[in-house]
Design a protein around this ligand. Sequence first.
Ligand code: 5GP
Length: 179
Amino acid sequence: MLNDVEKCLISREQIAEKVALLGQQISEDYRGKDLIVVGILKGAVVFLSDLIREISIPLYIDFMAVSSYGSSTESSGVVRILNDLDMSIEGMHVLIVEDIVDTGLTLKYLVENLKNRKAASVKVCTLLEKPARRKVKVDLDYNGFVIPDEFAVGYGLDYNNKYRSLPGIYVLKKEIYSS
Ligand code: 5GP
């Protein structure tokens, strides 16, 4: 897999350091509150599993799978829920855990959708954001890294369902995307 990589954007060590900081901050902010961490499948799975082990307060975990219509590298803004939460979030403090915010369209839809379910609060924790491509404003309450306008893979993020298990964040060689 590393043969397909052009460059490393963020190393596994940098990620581990940042995830520990985010976990500490979240633990302080949500102390004494009913926290539910909602992971967005599949990209956020690796981030979520590291993050929850850095959070020192009790929490619930649930997942949603969504698909945004569009090509493999471009989101369209039309979001469909493929797999919904198992738990009711009424009265709970919801923290959405996302892999990356690009146009912001997926997250905007998710925040509004979860707020409508009478959650006490809905906040967002994303590992990566690409401000250059933002189309809608979404508040990112916890944000790991800002990255340039490049298609990132690794640490849960895929290209055509591959590369999720790479330990850091990488950009692939041009010929991989065009083949
Ligand atoms: P948005 O709705 O913010 O445009 O896109 C969010 C989703 O698009 C992310 O959850 C992710 O699945 C996908 N996405 C956006 N940019 C990238 C990227 O650079 N790499 C990968 N692997 N997925 C991305």
